[in-house]
Design a protein around this ligand. Structure first.
Ligand SMILES: Nc1nc2c(ncn2[C@@H]2O[C@H](COP(=O)(O)OP(=O)(O)OP(=O)(O)O)[C@@H](O)[C@H]2O)c(=O)[nH]1
Ligand SMILES: [Mg+2]
Length: 444
């Protein structure tokens, strides 16, 4: 690791700001402070220093320098932080000055976290959680990312993985003792029992209605309805801003417009769509309708909006067939006579705001139902789901095996272990070998 370049980058957001933070990680981090802003502060302390160009000696800025000696750091390497004034010219000059020093280069995207992973500080699932934490927009997402970062998901998978390794070593024992049938059978029965229990636990985790992915990406709600019923107006009312164009012209919205909302701490993505009607073949509007139906298919929930002042237009079959997954809402109730009652479902006015809070609350509770209790770590990424699915398939093959094929079936367990290991990034065979060899007697 000693000859690895030292990496540096602007770690705060780009653009003008009061303060910008430039982080340096690697063996030369201390030397960067020594050459640009001496003297180096005591480990884990900060100091105000004049920051100079290492060659010309020109003063670039005055700032706070923090020195963190490895390995007890984020990356496990030595880290220096330059807290400078957040002007673009200052940041550029500090970055270029550090870049002029030998052994230092700009970090690639995610490279600090990659080093933390490569140095064994965090595993892959924790690295992904770090990215999720930075991207978190709502409370529920923040809590989930923080839990995953602290290793909740990793310890679940690592726990399963060590049980799989135990099942594997029992199968190895059965193979080794194939001429002593009673020993072999006991080991084999025990490995089957372990695999059966594991399969049930993994399957329960796997069949969670995608709640983790929904939490990470948002509960998707599509606003659909005939043209001019007020879909774009409703989107704006829910978002409390003018996100979509509203006009009395029919067919105003052509493309799908998405707005991300934080409803009671849960991420909800609302899509405004083109009004559904029979449009001319090949027309732009026809394409709009196709997109509306496609996004309704991918959504967790559809709001079928209608105009309370005209006879209700029925939704097309593919939306009506969603059953519980569609909510009928009547809009423009402000235009109705006070004496006239209307509508079976929810009634609102996007214009006056009547019923909008009720509708928001309804969407939040639907999202909460789907995302559910986030205490148990959910699957948040397709990558995890794929590996879990491989793991389950391999366990199934193992469990359906006949005794004669035991050598082949040992391979199924290895494949299952490997799939789980890929989620957290542990793919070595060391621990399997450890388990296998620990059963040998001393001196063998
Ligand atoms: N009085 C009243 N007018 C409304 C209400 N909601 C929308 N409108 C009006 O209805 C017209 C159509 O509204 P839009 O929000 O553009 O309707 P849309 O469903 O998005 O229409 P398309 O995109 O063309 O399919 C506009 O003139 C709005 O001002 C409401 O609650 N009350
Ligand atoms: Mg519209």
């Amino acid at each position: 690791m000693g000859d690895r370049p030292t990496i540096f980058a602007l770690s705060s957001a780009p653009g003008r700001a009061a303060i910008a933070v430039v982080r340096v990680s690697g063996t030369r981090a201390g030397a960067v402070i020594d050459q640009m802003a001496p003297p180096r502060p005591i480990d884990r302390m900060s100091g105000v220093r004049r920051i100079r160009h290492p060659e010309s000696g020109e003063t670039l800025d005055q700032g706070v320098i923090i020195w963190l000696a490895g390995p007890k750091t984020d990356t496990s390497e030595d880290i220096a932080e330059f807290h400078v004034h957040g002007g673009t010219a200052i940041v550029r000059s500090v970055l270029s000055a550090i870049g002029s020093l030998p052994g230092c280069r700009l970090a690639e995207p995610g490279e600090f976290t990659r080093r933390a992973f490569e140095n064994g500080k965090i595993d892959l699932a924790q690295a992904e959680a770090r990215a999720d934490l930075v991207d978190a927009e709502t409370e529920a997402q923040r809590r989930q990312a923080l839990r995953q970062m602290s290793g909740a998901l990793s310890s679940l998978y690592d726990g399963w993985r060590s049980q799989l390794i135990e099942a594997s070593s029992l199968v190895e024992t059965a193979i080794d003792f194939s001429d002593e049938l009673d020993v072999a059978n006991v080991a084999l029965d025990r490995s089957h029992e372990l695999a059966r229990n594991l399969r049930a636990a993994i399957a329960a985790h796997f069949e969670d209605g995608n709640r983790g992915e929904i939490l990470r990406e948002g509960f998707r709600v599509v606003l659909a309805g005939a043209p001019n019923v007020g879909k774009s107006s409703l989107l704006n009312a829910l978002a409390r801003r003018d996100a979509a164009i509203v006009s009395e012209e029919e067919g105003t919205t052509r493309d799908v417009i998405e707005v991300r909302l934080d409803l009671e701490g849960l991420p909800v993505v609302i899509s405004d769509t083109a009004g559904i009607r029979d449009a001319q073949e090949g027309s732009v509007e026809r394409e709009g309708v196709r997109r509306t139906l496609a996004s309704a298919r991918d959504a967790e929930f559809v709001i079928w909006l209608s105009d309370a002042t005209v006879p209700e237009v029925k939704p097309p079959g593919e939306i009506a067939d969603r059953g519980e997954g569609v909510l009928h809402v009547a809009n423009k109730i402000d235009l109705l006579n006070a004496s006239k009652t209307c509508c079976n479902g929810l009634a609102i006015s996007a214009k006056t705001g009547a019923g909008i809070d009720g509708l928001s609350g309804r969407l939040a509770s639907l999202a909460r139902e789907r995302i559910g209790d986030v205490e148990a770590p959910p699957i948040t990424r397709a990558r995890h789901r794929e590996n879990l699915s491989t793991c389950l398939a391999s366990l199934d093959t193992f469990l359906s095996s006949v005794p004669g094929e035991i050598e082949l079936r040992a391979e199924d367990l290895r494949r299952a272990t490997y799939a789980l290991g890929r989620i957290t990034g542990r793919v070595d065979v060391e621990d399997l070998l450890g388990q296998v060899f620990s059963r040998f007697c001393i001196g063998k």
